[in-house]
Design a protein around this ligand. Structure first.
Ligand SMILES: Nc1ncnc2c1ncn2[C@@H]1O[C@H](COP(=O)(O)OP(=O)(O)OP(=O)(O)O)[C@@H](O)[C@H]1O
Ligand SMILES: [Mg+2]
Length: 389
């Protein structure tokens, strides 16, 4: 291992367990949910794809975020690329061997060979095209297809997202034997709502699973590499673990922190985190993010950063009386939903709204604490009341 960036945790067992689940219930996809930046895409690419290949499936990956306004087109595009990959050989030897031979000289006679009968054109309507592509890909590759749809929650924002999910659903039902599917997303709620709209409850269609975060094994490797760089110094697991937990088990963030500790040759994780938080670039980004929000959104963010429920009765009572806000339950709810859609907030299954980025939450909580409105024992942090700086 040469650098911190080379540290990778492979999760083949997890991948195999998902494949076993898919096999056990043909026609039913699994939907993996987890907060942002915990390694969902990394897993699909680095673990599930090779495990699927090994198990005799043909994996196809589509990022729905890439084409949010035409999700079916994004899926079809991925399938068409995959179809090209199987039908058009990559090596030059393969290309030569596959170049159609029009005329073969055979002694003095010459034999005319027609081009192979061309396949029918794929249907232009995206729904029918998806259906035809699956059939064709499974036939050409000779393997069942594993369709991996990343960022599935972007379907809920697509103008025709419900129709798209309904199509995916019926294609999955129709091609039970030749198609498996795995979805990933960071908003279970958005997907659940979409499934209901698409004609059936989500839980009957996809099996919802919480995608597990990386654990201490990742921290051990970071600590081991730190020791390679600084043979006389040690990072203690008891120090690293709570910080990793606090960072929401986001590996890249944790790695950046340990990298900065390594650069400074320090071993105190808590003070390293404080320095990391005070970094000008982080501060500028967080403050910029905050200032772009509407006043009510800012207030809600400050409340959440302090762990105060914005929709609790007591909170709403105070918000309603605040000059300049005159907020209502409906306004708070739509502020929350707007910020969830933009990715600033997220809501764990059965949980309450949280700021997605814990460090942003820490920054806001630290900055906007000085003034509190005290009302019926409720302390509300209100950004408009706070001197900035
Ligand atoms: N298994 C792993 N081993 C080492 N590093 C990892 C692993 N998984 C993820 N990472 C690190 O975390 C980063 C984020 O991972 P990834 O993009 O897969 O997260 P995600 O959950 O798909 O995020 P998003 O919600 O933003 O799409 C990666 O770029 C990588 O640096
Ligand atoms: Mg991702």
């Amino acid at each position: 291992m040469k650098t911190f960036d080379d540290i990778i945790i492979r999760r083949l067992e997890l991948a195999q367990s998902y494949l076993a689940l898919l096999r056990a219930q043909p026609g039913r996809p699994i939907a993996l949910f987890a907060p942002r930046r915990v390694g969902k895409t990394y897993f699909l690419d680095g673990d599930l794809t090779p495990a699927a290949e090994k198990a005799g499936l043909f994996p196809v990956y589509a990022d729905l975020w890439l084409n949010r306004f035409a999700p079916l087109a994004a899926i079809n595009h991925a399938l068409e690329e995959a179809l090209d990959d199987v039908s058009v050989p990559k090596t030059s030897a393969g290309k030569i061997a596959n170049t159609p031979v029009k005329k073969v000289g055979l002694f003095s006679a010459s034999l005319e060979l027609g081009a192979e009968p061309a396949r029918r054109e794929l249907p232009a309507t995206p729904e029918l095209r998806l259906d035809a592509l699956i059939t064709r890909l499974a036939t050409v590759s000779g393997k069942p297809v594993l369709l991996m749809l990343d960022e599935i929650q972007s379907l809920s924002q697509a103008p025709n997202g419900e129709a798209a999910i309904a199509t995916v659903r019926s294609v999955l039902q129709k091609h039970k034997k030749k198609l498996y599917a795995v979805f990933t997303g960071s908003s279970q709620e958005a997907l659940g709502a979409m499934m209901v709209a698409a004609g059936g409850p989500m839980y009957q269609f996809a099996q919802l699973l919480t995608f597990p975060s990386l654990g201490s094994d990742y921290l051990s490797l970071l600590a081991a590499h730190y020791r390679d760089v600084h043979p006389t110094k040690d990072l203690k697991m008891v120090d690293l673990e709570p910080v990793f937990e606090h960072l929401g088990h986001k590996p890249a963030l944790m790695k950046d922190l340990v990298k900065s500790m390594s650069a400074d040759g320090v071993t105190d994780v808590t003070s390293a985190l404080q320095r990391f938080m005070a970094d000008d670039r982080n501060v500028a980004a967080w403050q910029g993010l905050f200032e772009k929000l509407l006043p009510l959104e800012q207030t809600v963010v400050v409340l959440l950063a302090h762990g105060i429920a914005p929709m609790a009765k007591d909170t709403l009572d105070v918000l309603a009386t605040m000059p300049g806000l005159k907020s209502t339950l409906a306004k708070v709810r739509s502020a929350l939903n707007r910020m969830r859609k933009s990715g600033l907030l997220w809501k764990p299954p059965q949980g309450t709204f949280q700021l997605e980025d814990q460090l942003f939450a820490d920054y806001i909580a630290a900055k906007y604490v000085s003034n509190f409105i005290v009302d019926r024992k409720l302390k509300l942090a209100v950004p408009s009341q706070v001197a900035k700086g």
